[in-house]
Design a protein around this ligand. Structure first.
Ligand code: 7TS
Length: 413
C-alpha cells in the first residue's frame, strides 16, 4: 500500500464549488482525470459570465454609454488582473488571444517576420504540436532552420545540451513549461538565461503550468509566455500572450481590422499602440471576464498550496501505479507535475480509456498532440490521467481499481 498521505487541501470542499461535480439528473457522477485537456469550471466563473451577459453586455472600447463603459472597464480590469497574476510589469504587456495555440501563432507570424535566411529556432523534442507547427511553417517561409533539442532518456531537458545548440544564429528558444505527456517541469528560468546570453529571444508555452504552480514572468525573464484560459478553470475561447513591452512594440500587426488602428485613409494607415495593435476585432469579452474569476479562484486557494497538494497527490499516484503489473509510466519520477501517461502491457490506450469509462473515470488516450515525442518514446499513444486541485486519493484509488479491471478484461497476467 502507498505510504504517502495527502491532506493539505480539502478537495471535496473544492469540488462543491463546481456544478460539474454536483449530482444532477442529466449526468452520471464522474471521476474526472482529464485536466490536461481542459479543467472543469467553478460556479464563480460560470456565474461571472452569466452576470456579464445578463447585465453588462456591450462591445468594448466603443460605446461611451454607461453599459459600454462598464463592459470596457470589466475587460480592462481583467487584463490588469492577468498582468498581476503573471507579475508582468504592466497590463499593456498582456495580449488577449483565443488560446495558447493562437498566442504562439501570433508570435511566429509577427515577431517571426524579422527572421533572416539561415536564422535558427530551437524547440524541444517534447513540444506539443502548438509549439512545433507555427515554427515549422515560419522556418520554411523564411529559409531559416528548426533545431530540435532532444530529451534525455529520463524525459528531461539537459541544459548543457542546449548550450551546445545555441549559436550566433539562434533567434528564438521556444519550450514548454510543463510537458503534457511526460509531466516534466522544465527549468525555464535557466533556459531563458542561456538563450539570452546567446542573444536569442524566448517563448514559454505555459499551457500546462499556470493552473498548477506559481508563475512570475519577470523572474523567469522570458520574452513571451503563452497560456489558455480553459486549462486554468476558465472559459474556452480565451488565452493570453504575455510579451515584454520593448518587443511587443516592435511587432507588426497580427490580424487587421477594427480596434487595432490609429487612423485609416486610402493611402495611409497608422497602427494603434500595444496591446490594441495585436487584438483586431471584437475580443472574447465574457470569456476574459470569466478568466478574471478563474484567476481569483486559483489565488483564493493559493498557487503554492495547489503545487504542493498536487505533488503529494502525484506521489501517491506514482506509488499506487506500481501495483499494476506491466504498467509502463513515461517521464521523470523524482519530480513531476500531476500528469501520468502510461501503457499497460500491450493493451491499446483507447481500450484502457473505454474500460475506465465503464467505471465512470475519464482519462485521455492518444498521442496528446505530440507525435515527435511519441516517436522518441517508441509509442504512438499512451493513456493519460491528469490531475487538478479537486482530485483526491479516492480518485487515484478508483483509477487503480479500474486498471486492475483493464488487466482482467484483457486477460493479462
Ligand atoms: N501547449 C501545451 C503544452 C498543451 O498541453 C496544449 C493543449 C496546448 C499547447 C494547446 O492548447 P490550446 O488551448 O491552444 O488548445 N494540450 C492538450 C492536451 O494535452 N490534451 O488536450 C489538449
Amino acid at each position: 500500500m502507498a505510504t504517502t498521505t495527502v491532506r493539505t487541501i480539502d478537495a471535496k470542499a473544492i469540488r462543491e464549488l463546481f456544478p460539474f461535480f454536483t449530482p444532477h439528473e442529466e449526468m452520471r457522477s464522474l471521476i474526472y482525470l482529464d485536466n490536461g485537456a481542459t479543467t472543469q469550471k467553478p460556479r464563480a466563473v460560470i456565474e461571472r459570465m452569466v452576470d456579464f451577459y445578463s447585465y453588462h453586455n456591450a462591445n468594448v472600447h466603443r460605446g461611451a454609454y454607461g453599459v459600454g463603459a462598464k463592459a470596457s472597464e470589466m475587460f480592462e480590469n481583467a487584463r490588469e488582473r492577468i498582468a498581476q497574476f503573471l507579475n508582468a510589469k504592466e497590463s499593456a504587456e498582456i495580449i488577449i488571444t483565443k488560446g495558447t495555440t493562437e498566442s504562439i501563432n501570433l508570435v511566429a507570424s509577427t515577431w517571426g517576420e524579422s527572421l533572416q535566411p539561415g536564422d535558427e529556432i530551437i524547440i524541444s523534442e517534447m513540444e506539443h504540436h502548438a509549439n512545433i507547427l507555427p515554427w515549422m511553417q515560419l522556418v520554411e517561409r523564411k529559409g531559416a532552420k528548426l533545431i530540435v533539442w532532444k530529451i534525455t532518456d529520463e524525459g528531461k531537458l539537459d541544459l548543457q545540451e542546449l548550450q551546445s545548440l545555441l549559436t550566433d544564429k539562434t533567434r528564438m528558444v521556444a519550450v514548454m513549461h510543463i510537458s503534457n505527456v511526460l509531466a516534466t517541469v522544465n527549468p525555464v528560468k535557466e533556459i531563458c538565461a542561456l538563450a539570452h546570453k546567446a542573444g536569442a529571444k524566448t517563448l514559454i508555452d505555459a499551457a500546462q503550468s499556470v493552473a498548477h504552480m506559481p508563475v512570475d514572468v519577470q523572474d523567469i525573464d522570458c520574452d513571451f509566455f503563452a497560456f489558455s484560459g480553459h486549462k486554468l478553470y476558465g472559459p474556452t475561447g480565451v488565452g493570453v500572450l504575455y510579451g515584454k513591452r520593448e518587443i511587443l512594440e516592435t511587432l507588426p500587426p497580427y490580424q487587421r481590422g477594427g480596434g487595432m488602428i490609429k487612423r485609416v485613409a486610402w493611402d495611409q494607415v497608422s497602427w494603434a499602440g500595444i496591446p490594441s495593435r495585436l487584438e483586431a476585432g471584437t475580443p472574447p469579452i465574457a470569456e476574459v471576464v470569466g478568466l478574471h474569476a478563474a484567476l481569483d479562484f486559483v489565488d483564493e486557494i493559493g498557487r503554492d498550496k495547489i503545487e504542493a497538494y498536487e505533488w503529494e497527490l502525484t506521489q501517491y499516484a506514482l506509488e499506487r501505479l506500481q501495483e499494476i503489473p506491466g504498467l509502463k509510466l513515461y517521464g521523470p519520477v523524482d519530480y513531476r507535475a500531476g500528469l501520468l501517461a502510461f501503457n499497460v502491457g500491450d493493451v491499446h490506450p483507447h481500450d484502457i480509456q473505454t474500460v475506465l469509462d465503464t467505471e465512470d473515470i475519464a482519462i485521455r488516450a492518444g498521442n496528446h498532440c505530440a507525435h515527435p515525442l511519441g516517436d522518441r518514446l517508441g509509442t504512438p499513444a499512451t493513456a493519460r490521467a491528469s490531475l487538478a486541485v479537486y482530485n483526491d486519493e479516492a480518485h487515484i484509488d478508483a483509477l487503480i481499481k479500474g486498471l486492475h479491471k483493464v488487466r482482467e478484461v484483457f486477460q493479462l497476467d
